[in-house]
Design a protein around this ligand. Structure first.
Ligand code: NAD
Ligand code: MG
Length: 519
C-alpha cells in the first residue's frame, strides 16, 4: 500500500479536473503528467508529439513517471495511453493504486469537442478517431480493476473515488487526519504512522479478545517502521470503559516513557477507541493517538469523529472530550474473527447510514445477510463516507450531525430497559423501526418506508420487535428521563424517505408513541 493515486482513462474522462479536486480533498499534492512533460520539454504536447512521434512521447512519459515518483504520496493524472507500456503499468501499480475513469464514447466526444486541438491523437474527425482509439485500447482499458463512473460532475466523481478507495481526509476539528480502509492495513500501519508524523514511543492498547489475534502484527509493523512499541491489554467489554481502566492506561503511558509527541494506538472495538482516545486527550495535556478499529461498529461509527470518553456507574459516556485522532485505519480483514452477533449489530448502524444519507447503501443492505457478509470492505468504505460527511459538516454536534441519531432516541431507551442485554446495534434496529412507524403516523415518512426498513433489518438477522418482557411503559419512561436531561425536549431525527432525514422533531404526544410501541 503506497500512497500514490493514479487516475487513468481515455482523453475526456476528466483525469486532470477530477485529479486536482481529489488532491485538494485528500490534502495531497497534485501532478498532471502531461503538464509535467510540457514543462520539462518547454513545448506543448501536440508539439512534443509532432516532433518526437508517438514512441518518443511514450518514452518521455516513462521518464516523467519515474522522475515524479520519489517523495510523498500524490494524486497523479496520467496521460490516456501512458500505461500501455508494461513497465509503466508495473511501476504505477507497485507505487500506488490506479483508478480507471469510465465514460461512454458519447460523453467523451462531447467533452472533447470543446478542445480537440489539444488532443493530437484525436486529430481528424473527432468521433471517428475517438472510436478507433477506444477500440484499439479496449482490452487494455478493460483490464483495470478499480473503476469509477466519470460521467457525473467532477466533484461527485472525486467523492465516488474516495468511496471506492475508502480514503477520507477530515479537517473540521482543526487537527486534520486521514481515515482509510486498507486491505491488510495492519501490516503497514507503522509506515502510515510515520507518514502522519507521529513520534514514538508508541503504546498499543488492545483488549483481551483482540490482542491475541492482531497485536503482534501491529507491533511488528511499528518496529519495522523504527518505533519502540509497548503493549497494554485491558479487559474486554463495556463494563471496563471506566475510570479504573483509564488510570491503568495513564500509568502505562508513564511506564512506556510517552511524551507529548508520543503516540497511543487503539486496536479494538469502540470501547478500545473511546478510552485510549480520552487517555491521549488528557495525558500530558494531550498526546497523539491513532485508531485501528476492529469491529464494524467502530469502523463505521465510533472511531470517526473524535468523540472520546468513558462511563460512570451512573451512566454511559458521561465524561469525555472531543479529541481527534491522527489517523483512523480500518483493516476489513479483522472482521473475519468478529463474532456474528457483533457484526450484525454493526450492520444496524450501516443500515442507518443508508437510510439517512445513502439509498444505494441501504439497497446493498437490503440484499440480506449473505450478500452483505461477502461484501464487507465495500460496505465499510461506503458507510464511512456518510459519517465523515456529517461530522465534517458539524464536528461538535450542533446541528446536522443529529441525523446520526435516527433510531437512537427509542434505541437507547430499549437498550437501557433491556439491562444492556441487547447490543447497542440491536436496540438501534428496533429504534429505527419504531421511529419510522412514528414518522409514518406523523405524515413525515413516505408510507411503506417502515416496512422496507423492517424487511431489510430482518434480512440481516437483526431484531425487529421489542422483546416480550420489556415493559413498554418502562421504555416510555426511559425516553422521558432523557427528555429531562435535555432541558425538557426529546428531539427525534426521523426519515422522510430513503436518503433524507429531518432532525429536531419534538413529539408532544408521548401517549401516541406508547401506541406505536405496542404495535
Ligand atoms: P467493543 O469494543 O466492546 O467490542 C465488542 C466485542 O468484540 C468485544 O468483546 C471485543 O473484544 C470484540 N472484538 C473486537 N474486535 C474483534 C475482532 N476483530 N475479532 C474478534 N473479537 C473482536 O464494542 P463496539 O461495539 O465496537 O463499540 C461499542 C462502544 O463504542 C460503546 O462503548 C459505545 O459507547 C462506543 N461508541 C462510541 C462512539 C463515538 O463516537 N466515540 C460512537 C458509537 C459508539
Ligand atoms: Mg449508535
Amino acid at each position: 500500500m503506497s500512497g500514490h493515486i493514479f487516475l487513468y482513462g481515455p482523453s475526456g474522462s476528466g483525469k486532470t479536473t477530477v485529479g486536482s479536486i481529489l488532491a485538494e480533498k485528500l490534502a495531497l499534492p497534485f501532478l498532471d503528467l502531461d503538464a509535467y512533460i510540457e514543462t520539462i520539454c518547454g513545448e506543448s504536447i501536440p508539439a512534443v508529439m509532432a516532433g518526437r512521434g508517438r514512441e518518443g512521447f511514450r518514452e518521455l512519459e516513462a521518464q516523467a513517471l519515474c522522475a515524479c515518483l520519489d517523495g510523498r504520496p500524490q494524486v497523479v493524472a496520467l496521460g490516456g495511453g501512458s500505461l500501455l507500456r508494461e513497465e509503466n503499468r508495473a511501476l504505477a501499480e507497485a507505487l500506488g493504486q490506479v483508478v480507471f475513469l469510465e465514460a461512454s464514447p458519447r460523453v467523451l466526444a462531447q467533452r472533447l469537442q470543446a478542445d480537440s486541438h489539444h488532443r493530437p491523437l484525436l486529430a481528424g474527425g473527432l468521433v471517428t478517431s475517438l472510436d478507433s482509439l477506444l477500440k484499439e485500447r479496449q482490452s487494455h482499458y478493460d483490464s483495470f480493476q478499480l473503476r469509477v463512473n466519470a460521467e457525473g460532475n467532477p466533484e461527485a466523481v472525486a467523492e465516488e473515488i474516495q468511496r471506492s478507495m475508502g480514503y477520507y481526509h477530515l479537517r473540521a476539528m482543526g487537527a486534520p487526519y486521514d481515515a482509510r480502509v486498507c486491505a491488510n492495513g495492519l501490516e503497514s500501519c507503522g509506515d502510515l504512522l510515520r507518514q502522519c508524523g507521529c513520534e514514538g514511543p508508541v503504546l498499543l492498547v488492545s483488549d483481551k479478545q483482540v490482542a491475541p489475534l492482531y497485536a503482534d502484527r501491529v507491533i511488528e509493523s511499528f518496529n519495522r517502521a523504527g518505533y519502540q512499541a509497548h503493549l497494554v491489554v485491558i479487559p474486554a467489554g463495556e463494563e471496563h470503559k471506566s475510570v479504573e481502566t483509564l488510570m491503568r492506561l495513564w500509568q502505562a503511558c508513564l511506564e512506556a516513557g510517552l511524551e507529548r509527541g508520543s503516540t497511543l494506538a487503539a486496536l479494538g472495538g469502540g470501547v478500545v477507541s473511546d478510552l485510549p482516545g480520552f487517555a491521549a486527550a488528557t495525558y500530558m495535556r494531550g498526546c497523539n493517538w491513532v485508531a485501528f478499529p476492529t469491529t464494524l461498529l467502530s469502523m463505521v461509527d465510533a472511531s470517526l469523529g473524535g468523540k472520546t470518553g468513558f462511563d460512570l456507574p451512573q451512566g454511559k459516556n458521561l465524561v469525555g472530550a472531543f479529541y481527534p485522532p491522527r489517523l483512523v485505519l480500518s483493516d476489513p480483514q479483522t472482521l473475519s474473527t468478529l463474532p456474528q452477533r457483533e457484526l450484525r449489530a454493526g450492520l444496524a448502524e450501516v443500515l442507518k447510514h443508508g437510510v439517512i444519507a445513502d439509498p444505494d447503501l441501504f439497497v446493498i443492505c437490503a440484499h440480506g445477510w449473505e450478500a452483505v457478509a461477502a461484501n464487507l470492505p465495500h460496505i465499510v468504505r461506503r458507510a464511512q463516507a456518510v459519517k465523515v460527511s456529517l461530522i465534517e459538516a458539524d464536528p461538535y454536534e450542533k446541528g446536522p450531525r443529529a441525523a446520526l441519531n435516527f433510531g437512537h432516541t427509542i434505541g437507547h431507551a430499549v437498550e437501557l430497559v433491556s439491562g444492556y442485554r441487547l447490543r447497542h446495534g440491536e436496540a438501534v434496529a428496533i429504534g429505527m423501526l419504531v421511529e419510522t412507524r412514528l414518522a409514518e403516523k406523523l405524515g413525515i415518512a413516505e408510507s411503506g418506508l417502515a416496512e422496507e426498513i423492517r424487511a431489510a433489518l430482518a434480512g440481516l438477522g437483526l431484531p425487529v420487535e421489542i422483546p416480550a418482557g420489556l415493559p413498554r411503559a418502562d421504555i416510555l419512561r426511559a425516553v422521558q428521563a432523557d427528555k429531562k436531561k435535555s432541558k425538557g425536549t426529546v428531539k427525534f431525527a426521523l426519515p422522510e424517505k430513503l436518503g433524507l432525514v429531518r432532525t429536531s422533531i419534538e413529539i408532544a404526544d408521548l401517549q401516541q408513541m406508547l401506541q406505536i410501541l405496542e404495535e
